[in-house]
Design a protein around this ligand. Structure first.
Ligand code: FAD
Length: 327
């Protein structure tokens, strides 16, 4: 029964035919796992266009199962689930990897339940044990330890933390097979896209500069001060969770374990203590600047530059100096 399962399958995520970077990250980690297992790396793509399928081959997939329909432009978990259940039952991959994006996190448990298998969420590492089973590694207990999890059932399913792995390198000379599959497109799944909200700001997960505020802020309106600094640096505003819970700022700005994982070139933490659940979302930033009145705040342990001081004095000073520099 177990021998019937072969191959590592990754779900390529797309929107309006454009691949999400997580797809390339999954191909990178999928390649490592496939090589350790001595098996093939496959991708599945539901998309309105075929060029994304070719791109997956350039990034390392030896086979792409391709479902084409104009309705796949806006991903719908129910449609994905129906098509993926059929594919998995036909092809029997031993490993199935899905991105730890908002969409992937919503899809994966639906698929897991339909396939009657296990699911490890938000993995940050993988290995293969002597029985050829996938070891799925993820932080546990607020990131104080790394759990190693092995699924009892097949396919061994995991979501992979976004931005944890590099993207697979692109080689346009690489060859592979695109297997056109018959798409199952139900007339109505209960989800109707009425329109697309125009985001006023850059997606925080893609931003190169993030200026975040924590409980050191005295009022919700004080985010305007951080926004001024972020605007000057071409960045966006982030937040620790308590301020989001208070309703001071939208959840899309939350940085941390239960929020967004960011990896900007510059992260400025203003009035944030540096709790493990916050660090989990920003500690991979290239340069961290921390502004905090408490010299013993844990954020200083991960900061490249620490400023012990009142953010209401330091941030306006930074703004003035940047403006002066821009002259
Ligand atoms: P505090 O810990 O209260 O720190 C405020 C800091 O501001 C202090 O260090 C203080 O010295 C400093 N300060 C005060 N006044 C000033 C001033 N005028 N100028 C400069 N500094 C000043 N948290 C997240 O952020 N993101 C998450 O995704 C997240 N997920 C969680 C998931 C779970 C399951 C749980 C249990 C918790 C989660 N948390 C998360 C909460 C987390 O554990 C912390 O409670 C939270 O990060 C603390 O936020 P803070 O640093 O803003 O506040």
């Amino acid at each position: 029964m177990v021998d019937a399962y072969k191959g590592v399958l990754i779900l390529a995520e797309q929107n309006e035919g454009e691949l999400h970077p997580i797809s390339y990250e999954l191909l990178n980690v999928g390649r490592t796992i496939a090589d350790k297992l001595g098996t093939e790396l496959w991708a599945v793509l539901l998309s309105p266009n075929r060029c994304a399928a070719e791109e997956l081959i350039y990034r390392g997939a030896s086979k792409v199962f391709f479902y084409q329909s104009p309705s796949f432009g806006h991903p719908d978990e129910i449609v994905y689930k129906e098509n993926l259940v059929t594919l998995v039952n036909e092809e029997k991959p031993e490993v199935l990897l899905i991105g730890g994006t908002n969409f992937g996190r919503s899809l994966a448990p639906r698929l897991q339940a339909a396939l009657h298998t296990g699911l490890t969420a938000d993995c940050t590492g993988f290995d293969v044990n002597e029985d050829g089973k996938l070891i799925q590694i993820r932080p546990a207990c607020s990131g104080t330890l790394l759990a190693q999890i092995v699924n009892a059932r097949y396919p061994q399913m995991a979501t992979v933390r976004y931005k944890e792995f590099d993207e697979a390198p692109r080689d346009p000379g690489r060859e592979g097979t695109i297997v056109q599959k018959q798409a199952d497109v139900p007339n109505f799944t209960g989800v109707k896209t009425l329109g697309k909200l125009k985001s006023k700001e850059v997606d925080i997960t893609e931003a190169e500069v993030v200026v975040s505020g924590g409980r050191g802020l005295k009022d919700s309106t004080d985010f305007a001060l951080l926004k001024e600094l972020a605007d000057l640096l071409g960045g966006v505003v982030g937040s620790s969770r308590p301020l989001v819970d208070e309703g001071w700022i939208d959840r899309s700005h939350q940085v941390g374990y239960s929020g967004n994982r960011v990896k900007p070139k510059l992260y400025i933490a203003c009035g944030i203590s540096g709790a493990p659940n916050h660090l989990a979302g920003m500690k991979e930033s290239a340069v961290v600047v921390a502004i905090n009145t408490d010299p013993s705040a844990p954020i200083f342990k991960v900061a490249d530059y620490g400023i012990v001081g009142d953010l209401y004095e330091v941030v306006p000073e930074l703004i003035d100096q940047i403006k002066e520099g821009q002259g």
